[in-house]
Design a protein around this ligand. Structure first.
Ligand code: PLP
Length: 407
């Protein structure tokens, strides 16, 4: 399409959003589709947080805030990062944005030049590769395997680093596989990162997406990359409120890092959106006021997520020909159904890949899930368990029935 810039022409629309919208349209037209495609907690925002937002409106706290976010919120974020993550930042090293998505995009735009390589372990969150493309950079994908719980092999990282490497994106806990990087592995990655010659002069280069940090299942624990020895200078830490605090629609996230880079990201934001929503920022302060790791309110949600995860892992574990890596965090199950590829489904046709399998499941089981190819791994499909246990049970029954019909 010559009427559009090549930057847009090469961009893929978000598949998770597309499938969610398609499922919503089906529901609106009366088809009882169970939606397990979206990455959105099914819980309400905790009442204390919502009340702080309403109070902000009542108090007329409805004007623009500073571009970087209110000092009140940035100070609360610094306190959180120190207490929970062991990383020291001052408020001028924090940039609050309209969601972690904006924080990530601005970081990629601020750091990457055309032709730079952005290293992304697969399976990856759908937006990382497209953000790299928006910056005219090249995504370099590092495959991982379900048999190794989708953890990055440091040797593969080492072999893929080049003079063009600029940024390594690490998401832990990860979307779509719920992978939690153990501290030991992050330390090995840090050593490789520290030894890379170009990255030495062109730091920082690790973009650490920690948006799911609180949604984690013991014994797994979260390590912030910037807290590792020598990594503070090299890391841009992204986090936000959407997932742990069930605040997706409030659009609130943040970036923390060396001031030089945070200011650069702030410059982009000042010309694009200005500061995040004033009301949401008041709500964000209340969220951080809930206590360590979100206190009881977050613990209750995490407990429910764990119960659903356990149910899914056990139930799909009983199904023939499926491979599972038990997710240690987030609220997704990334299931390998590739042993079913090549089968014919009656009245449907050939199941040949993750996309046709997801179309089949939407058609036959009336369950919306996302094909793994959107995340760079066509062997799998992603089931979001941000839905009630009874909904998940109904969906699982349906999927199992549809899959059994294939054999
Ligand atoms: N990072 C990952 C891995 C995500 O899954 C998401 C949301 O789906 C985001 C970042 C963006 O979060 P936000 O809603 O704060 O923009």
């Amino acid at each position: 399409d010559i009427s559009l810039s090549p930057r847009v022409s090469s961009l893929k629309p978000s598949k998770t959003i597309a499938i969610t919208d398609q499922a919503t349209a089906l529901v609106q037209s009366g088809v009882p589709v169970i939606r397990l495609a979206a990455g959105e907690p099914d819980f309400d925002t905790p009442a204390v947080i919502a009340e702080a937002g309403m109070k902000a409106i009542r108090d007329g706290y409805t004007k623009n805030t500073p571009n970087a976010g209110t000092l009140e919120l940035r100070s609360a974020i610094c306190h959180k990062l120190k207490e929970e993550n062991g990383i020291s930042y001052t408020p001028d090293q924090i940039l609050v944005s309209n969601g972690a998505k904006q924080s990530l995009l601005q970081a990629v735009l601020a750091v990457c030049s055309p032709g730079d390589e952005v290293i992304i372990p697969a399976p990856f969150w759908v937006s990382y590769t497209e953000m790299a493309r928006l910056a005219d950079a090249t995504p370099v994908i590092l495959p991982t395997h379900i048999s190794e719980d989708f953890l990055l092999d440091p040797k593969i990282l080492e072999s893929k680093l080049s003079q063009k490497s600029r940024l390594l994106v690490i998401g832990t806990p990860s979307n779509p596989a719920g992978t939690v990087y153990p501290r030991k592995l992050l330390e090995q990655i840090a050593q490789i990162v520290a030894a890379h010659p170009r990255l030495l002069v062109a730091s920082p280069h690790v973009l650490s997406d920690e948006i799911y940090e609180h949604i984690i299942y013991a014994p797994a624990t979260h390590t912030s990359f910037a807290s590792l020895p020598g990594m503070w200078e090299r890391t841009l830490t992204v986090n936000g409120f959407s997932k742990a605090f069930a605040m997706t629609g409030w659009r609130l996230g943040y970036l923390a890092g060396p001031k030089h880079f945070v200011s650069a990201c702030g410059k982009i934001q000042s010309q694009a959106t200005s500061g995040a929503c004033s009301i949401s920022q008041k709500a964000g302060v209340a969220a951080l006021g809930l206590g360590y790791a979100g206190g009881e309110a977050v613990a209750t949600m995490v407990k429910a997520f764990k119960e659903r995860r356990d149910y899914l892992v056990q139930t799909f574990g009983e199904l023939e020909g499926v491979k599972i890596s038990e997710p240690q965090g987030a609220f997704y199950l990334f299931l390998d159904f590739s042993s079913y590829y090549g089968t014919e489904a009656e009245g449907f046709g050939l199941i040949k890949d993750s996309s046709s399998l997801c179309r089949y499941l939407l058609d036959k089981a009336q369950v919306a899930v996302v094909p793994g190819d959107a995340f760079g791994d066509d062997t799998c499909i992603r089931i979001s368990y941000a839905a009630s246990l009874s909904t998940i049970q109904a969906a699982t029954d349906s999927i199992k029935k549809a899959m059994t019909a294939l054999k």
